[in-house]
Design a binder for this molecule. Structure first.
Ligand code: HEC
Length: 416
């Protein structure tokens, strides 16, 4: 059918999707959208987890550092003479032990460092050195960063310690320091000479992040796996629903239409089981078929009537198309030309006329110009039967309009 091929042509030039089935197109588009959506969601939650983990690590480091500073402040203020006899009560030493015990069993690392250290163990490493030096230029405050060492990531956290009056007992001038301090750190040692408000050192905490990051990496993978499964189920399910509810019925209708086009049999009806748009399509198809069926039957009936009518007419009658092809003839005409009905049909009427060419042009004129002197008037024509015998007839041609084409009926009368 011409309209179908036109639609098909337009489709094929439209885009890459037109050559695929609707289900495939739908699946491609929806999976792309969902993949993007899932990736965005997974990335978002990955980032949030990342942030949360970092925040948690910072909070832990801060709490440990504060505890150490508070312990030291408390001891420095209230434990004044005892350290002389019990080194375990020196604020630094006691605070270190507390920190050690707090973090034992974890892989946290806690130290108290100073640029002017008394204990070489408290010498700052590179990171701590940089930060402590930076504290000289700006107001000392909590600081942290993610550092990478030998491929391992860790959170480095530093909380500065500021000297108050109580610290100066042992960190002020050599002269005022208790005997056991003087004994351990001679006059001029760089650990003396602090004033209230001076930066005296910092608590340094390191939290290894690799394990934590590995965990969220694992979470991400699991998220993506679940998403993938959900996506798969979604695609299969929607594909199935789409196929069942739209594609298959539309295919059935399309199949019936081409079947009708092929056979010309308008008896075909589809079962109507739905009340949705597809149901509408099916019922439209059925209505169309009924309509066409009626039309063809009417046409066949009227043709039949016409045939009967010309059969009983007294004159030979031949109905032909613009190109001269004979489509209906009556018994009288057949006898006149010496042919039976089946031989007669399909012959070209112009072949039987001596001035066939002229008649053909005249019919053509009628067709293009809308009128011809030959049509409607009686003319004398020389004709020839199948044996070549010539004879004269009076001929009247009338025009009738069929569905697409014009048909001409020639009524003949033999002249004696
Ligand atoms: C009773 C004396 C005493 C008091 C009070 C004291 N410290 Fe110390 N501090 C020491 C000694 C002794 C050390 C060395 C400990 C060791 O050998 O590890 C030390 C070490 C430190 C260190 C480690 C760096 C280093 O020098 O090895 C810091 C930081 C520190 N003190 C800060 C303070 C602050 C802040 C205060 C006040 C809140 C304070 N100290 C009060 C005696 C004292």
């Amino acid at each position: 059918m011409f309209w179908m091929s036109r639609v098909r042509n337009r489709e094929s030039t439209m885009n890459i999707f037109s050559s695929r089935s609707v289900t495939t197109t739908f699946n491609i588009i929806s999976s792309l959208l969902l993949v993007v959506l899932f990736l965005a969601l997974a990335y978002n939650s990955y980032r949030r987890e990342h942030e949360l983990i970092l925040k948690g690590a910072i909070v832990n480091a801060r709490n440990i550092s504060r505890l150490i500073i508070e312990t030291r402040d408390y001891l420095s203020r209230h434990v004044t003479n005892e350290p002389e006899n019990n080194a375990a009560l020196i604020p630094q030493v006691a605070a270190s032990r507390v920190a050690q015990q707090m973090t034992s069993g974890s892989n946290y690392y806690v130290r108290q460092v100073s640029l002017r250290y008394r204990n070489p163990d408290n010498r700052p490493d590179d990171f701590e050195l940089t930060q402590l030096n930076a504290f000289k230029d700006r107001k000392p405050g909590e600081t942290w960063q993610i550092a990478s060492k030998a491929g391992k990531k860790s959170l480095r956290y530093l909380l500065p310690m500021i000297a108050d009056q109580s610290c100066l007992t042992c960190h002020g001038s050599y002269e005022k320091a208790p005997g056991f301090i003087q004994a351990r750190f001679p006059k001029g040692h760089f650990s003396y000479g602090y004033h209230v408000g001076d930066l005296i050192g910092a608590v340094s905490v390191a939290v290894p992040m690799d394990d934590l990051y590995r965990q969220i990496g694992h979470n991400l993978k699991q998220d993506l796996l679940y998403d993938g499964v959900v996506l798969g189920i979604f695609i299969v399910l929607t594909g199935w629903v789409l196929h069942r509810s739209i594609i298959a019925p539309v295919k059935t209708v399309a199949g019936s239409i081409s079947e009708v086009a092929r056979t010309g049999n308008f008896n075909e009806r589809l079962k109507l089981i739905r009340r949705d748009e597809i149901g509408e399509l099916i019922s439209s198809f059925n209505i169309l078929m009924t309509e066409l069926d009626n039309k063809t039957r009417q046409r066949a009936e009227s043709e039949e009537r016409y045939r009967n009518f010309i059969e009983i007419a007294q004159s030979p009658i031949i109905t032909f198309m613009t190109d001269g092809k004979i489509v209906i003839s009556n018994q009288k005409a057949e006898t006149l030309f010496g042919l039976n009905k089946s031989e007669m049909l399909g012959q070209c009427i112009f072949e039987f006329m001596l001035q066939g060419e002229e008649m053909k042009n005249s019919i053509g004129n009628y067709f293009s110009g809308g009128s011809s002197e030959l049509v409607g008037t009686t003319t004398r024509q020389k004709m020839r039967d199948v044996y070549g015998k010539l004879f004269d007839v009076d001929m009247v041609i009338s025009v009738s309009q069929s569905d697409q084409d014009q048909m001409f009926s020639a009524i003949l009368r033999e002249t004696k």
